[in-house]
Design a protein around this ligand. Structure first.
Ligand code: ATP
Ligand code: MG
Length: 434
């Protein structure tokens, strides 16, 4: 028999349990029950703070959550049947289940659920499970996925969420053999996800989500977007601190440059990741794809320079849309993505401003109406507008002439092949519980 693999996760778990039992009852932390002050993960992982799962289940943190037994979760997922498998990520497999009348308890209705099961041999572990419970147990918002409950038995760690019928944005946007997501749906998803991030950033104690990407945006039957996966979330900087200095975790292709370079984490790191997802929505291309020509492996490196020039947008916009999108809307969305993807954090907009811009873009549909703008080269080779788009003058975006007709052309670009991003966590665990 091969020796059992020792992972950082199991070490943490053992230390956690050992410290807990070593501490006298009187020294264990008492969670505030009455006044609502969001409990942070650092309250649990700071030295000298030992919180047992029993303490957790009696606290304000989990008052919204149901505690399930492993037996119950086995039953509702048909013993974690492969037929019920919805997908698998770094935490472990996710199964569909149904809470029926037999499992009901006060406050729990019959409903489909998604059950996430920790892979005990994987890179994630108890800390991510706990982070999910601590953040999602306390934060409720229409654009955050609802955590219904959890299970902890021996080393097993499970999470039970509301079931999101349309799965992840990643599945919807990059699926090969189905109709492309319409423009208006893409803008709706961008707005929903932006509202979720804005809520986190504007909380009394701001939260940095740290893993904003297409696979973590889940969709309900009406394409309302909800953020899932708070395993890497962090509390924002406190006091005079400009950033949180932390180990580098996240997904390649989405993480902000300053965070990857030196571990400086701020809410602006999330804004950058939002820019990457917005770019994925505009282009229909994955943030990283080794199957593309080498110049285009990184979507941001390739597409960002094109975003600031409206005349180059036809090279960027997803050809699968076949011209069915709002020209003005696409320009504004591209300008927004460009700002979010600023190399330095300062010029990036706050998420509340991103929400405002995206709200203006909802229902924008000038793809079939409005005059064309003709572009004629003059003697010195520059271009003049001949036909004039009046509505453009009233808009905020006014950067030269727009070759609107170009965007209605059928696809000139080959459809991007499906390839999977390297969603493995690139991390350094020097800081252990960070
Ligand atoms: N609440 C849910 N409802 C419906 N499907 C879900 C739900 N949660 C997750 N899924 C499905 O399970 C898949 C795996 O999700 P998970 O969050 O574990 O991994 P991931 O986001 O793909 O990868 P990573 O570990 O890098 O975050 C998702 O892509 C989605 O299709
Ligand atoms: Mg995920």
């Amino acid at each position: 028999m091969s020796p059992k693999k020792i992972t950082w996760k199991s070490v943490i778990l053992r230390c956690y349990k050992a410290e807990q039992s070593a501490l006298p009852e009187s020294k264990k932390p008492v969670l505030k029950q009455g006044s609502f002050q969001r409990l942070s993960l650092s309250d649990l992982s700071s030295p000298g703070s030992q919180l047992s799962i029993d303490d957790l289940s009696n606290s304000q943190v989990t008052s919204n959550l149901h505690v399930f037994t492993l037996g119950e979760l086995r039953e509702i997922t048909h013993n974690f049947s492969p037929c019920n498998l919805l997908g698998e990520g770094g935490f472990g497999p996710v199964y569909k289940g149904f809470i029926d009348d037999n499992k009901l308890r006060p406050g729990l209705k019959a409903q489909p659920v998604a059950v996430k099961l920790l892979n005990l041999d994987g890179l994630q572990g108890h800390r991510e499970w706990l982070a999910e419970i601590i953040f999602l147990g306390q934060l409720r918002h229409p654009h955050l996925v609802k955590l219904i409950g959890y299970c902890s038995e021996d080393e097993q760690r499970l999470l039970v969420y509301e079931y999101m019928p349309r799965g992840s944005l990643e599945n919807q946007l990059f699926r090969r053999y189905s109709a492309a997501l319409p423009w208006s749906t893409r803008m709706k998803i961008a707005l929903g996800a932006a509202k979720g991030l804005a809520f986190l950033h504007e909380a009394d104690k701001p939260v940095i989500y740290r893993d904003f990407k297409a696979s973590n945006i889940l969709l309900d039957s009406d394409y309302n977007a909800k953020l899932s996966d708070f395993g890497l979330a962090k509390d924002g900087p406190e006091g005079d601190e400009a950033y949180v200095l932390t180990s580098i975790m996240g997904t390649k292709g989405y993480a902000a440059p300053e965070y990857v370079m030196n571990g400086h984490l701020t809410t602006m790191s999330d804004v950058y990741s939002f820019g990457v997802v917005l770019l994925e929505l505009l282009t229909g291309k994955r943030s990283m794809d080794k199957i593309r020509p080498s110049r285009q492996h990184s979507l941001v490196e390739w597409a960002r320079p094109l975003l600031k020039d409206p005349r180059k947008l036809d090279r960027v916009i997803d050809p699968r849309l076949e011209g069915q999108f709002s020209t003005k809307g696409a320009q504004k969305a591209a300008a927004l993505a460009y700002k979010c993807l600023s190399h330095h954090p300062k010029p990036r907009p706050m998420m509340s401003d991103v929400v405002k811009v995206l709200e203006l873009l909802q229902g924008f549909d000038d793809s079939l109406v409005g005059p064309f703008v003709y572009v004629v080269a003059n003697e010195n080779g520059s271009t003049d507008c001949v036909g004039k788009d009046e509505s453009e003058e009233n808009g905020h975006y006014h950067q030269g002439c727009i070759q609107r007709f170009g965007w209605r052309q059928r696809s000139r670009l080959p459809m991007s092949l499906v390839a999977y991003t390297d969603s493995a966590l690139y991390n350094n665990f020097r800081n252990g519980l960070n």
